[in-house]
Every structure is written in structure tokens, then in C-alpha cells.
Design a protein around this ligand. Structure first.
Ligand SMILES: Nc1ncnc2c1ncn2[C@@H]1O[C@H](COP(=O)(O)OP(=O)(O)OP(=O)(O)O)[C@@H](O)[C@H]1O
Length: 226
């Protein structure tokens, strides 16, 4: 079995007097989809944010590809996040002033790709997610399901090695939610990325290879028989 690509070990994090994580663990291998489940307020999002280097834990270690994320400067951690990680959230992640195509092209433009090349790659990703028809529209003029597929295309366009998704289908009905999950997990598996997927919906977690359940800031790993 291959070594995990990303490991969060014994992570603790409080917000003021509220202990959000109290010794949580998470690991994910390349090509593996891990669902982080658990009740509301149990610490799922905090664990994702710590694993992705968005939040620093109070104690514990997060290592990515053998390097300790928690020991990097803010600037190096941000650069690593931009180049290695992709993110899909529930709401409000697309830039409303840009077209859907420009939204998907944005991470490539930020990484220095020329406008025409970025647009071509972005359009390929929109087509793979079945949303090439909304390329010229602004996010406010597309449906919730189309918007989430555009967000997935934007998360995948740079070829990230780890994808983080926090309730990516939370705002969708079950039909569109399933469609987004299928495209999301297929695309991630095709590209060999590792996926950390926070959800409280068993139907969404069913797309994962493994489940980690967080309760009161602590995690339990459950192997899923597939
Ligand atoms: N920025 C913050 N400031 C203060 N408290 C916070 C903050 N973020 C999270 N918390 C608290 O930390 C605990 C864990 O929150 P977290 O969002 O990680 O849970 P969750 O399992 O993702 O919840 P949900 O399923 O409702 O999104 C909760 O008690 C929450 O109120």
C-alpha cells in the first residue's frame, strides 16, 4: 500500500474557549477519496481547514508529501495551497463579475498561464463537467447545479494533488447533488488526486473509499468495504 500523501496527526484547535478539535487524525493517499462525517459542530470543517493549511492547529502536525505544513511560513503555505490543492465549497466561491469560463481559467492565470491557453484548458474542463454551454454566462445567471459543476472544474483545472470539498452538494437537490458527486469523484480518480470530502450526508459519503467520523473534535477511521 502506498504511503499517505497528506497526514494530520493529533490535531488540536480551539476558538477562544471552544475546543473544536481535540486530537483529531486524518490521512489520505493519492487516488483515494476520504469522507469526513459527523454531527453538526463536531469539528469537520476545522479539520479540513487545518489539513489544508488554511488554519494552523494549536498543536499536532500536518504533513504533505513528507513536508511539515505546520512548520512553513504563511507565504510558503499559501503558495503550496495554490499549486498543490484544489477547493470546492458549498456557496459563494465563484467570482460574480467574471464569466464561468473566466472563473475556471482564473487559477491558471494566477499561476502565469497565458490568457488563450488558460481559456482553452478551462473550456475543456467545463466540457468534461458537462457545462460548456454556460461558459459565457456569469455565475448569477446559472443554476445551482451548474454553478457547482463550474466550481468543480475550477478546483480541478490546475491538476491539484489534493482536493478538499466542504459540503460540495449541500445547496443542491438530490438529483443534482448525485450528478456533481459522480463527476467530481470520477474526475478526481482519473487525475489521481487525493480527496478529502466533508459531508453529513451518507449518500454523498457513499462515493468515498473510506470514512473518518468526527465526534466532539476526535476522529475515528472506518474502512469501507467496496
Ligand atoms: N471561526 C470560528 N470561531 C469560533 N468558533 C468556531 C469557528 N469555527 C468553528 N467554531 C466552533 O468550533 C466547533 C467545530 O466547528 P466546525 O465548523 O469545525 O464543525 P462542523 O462539524 O464542520 O459543523 P457543521 O457540520 O455544522 O458545518 C463548533 O463548536 C463551532 O461553533
Amino acid at each position: 500500500m502506498t504511503a499517505p500523501l497528506l497526514v494530520a496527526a493529533d490535531v488540536r484547535r480551539s476558538f477562544g474557549a471552544t475546543p473544536a478539535l481535540d486530537g483529531a487524525n486524518l490521512s489520505v493517499r493519492a487516488g483515494e477519496v476520504v469522507a469526513v462525517m459527523g454531527p453538526s459542530g463536531s469539528g469537520k470543517s476545522t479539520l479540513l481547514h487545518c489539513a489544508a493549511g488554511i488554519l494552523l492547529p494549536d498543536s499536532g502536525r500536518v504533513t504533505y508529501d513528507g513536508a511539515e505544513l505546520t512548520a512553513l511560513s504563511d507565504a510558503r503555505r499559501s503558495a503550496l495551497r495554490r499549486s498543490e490543492f484544489g477547493f470546492v465549497f458549498q456557496f459563494g466561491q465563484l467570482v460574480p463579475e467574471l464569466t464561468c469560463l473566466e472563473n475556471v481559467a482564473l487559477p491558471l492565470r494566477l499561476a502565469g498561464t497565458r490568457r488563450r491557453d488558460a481559456a482553452r484548458t478551462a473550456l475543456e474542463w467545463l466540457a468534461r463537467l458537462g457545462t460548456a454551454d454556460v461558459a459565457g454566462k456569469r455565475p448569477g445567471d446559472v443554476s445551482g447545479g451548474q454553478g457547482q459543476r463550474v466550481a468543480v472544474a475550477r478546483a480541478l483545472v490546475t491538476g491539484p494533488r489534493v482536493l478538499f470539498a466542504d459540503e460540495p452538494t449541500g445547496a443542491l437537490d438530490s438529483y443534482h447533488g448525485e450528478q456533481v458527486m459522480r463527476l467530481f469523484t470520477e474526475s478526481a480518480r482519473d487525475s489521481g488526486a487525493a480527496v478529502v470530502l466533508v459531508t453529513h450526508e451518507p449518500r454523498v459519503a457513499a462515493y468515498a473509499d473510506r470514512e473518518v467520523v468526527v465526534r466532539d473534535g476526535r476522529s475515528v477511521d472506518l474502512e469501507r468495504a467496496r
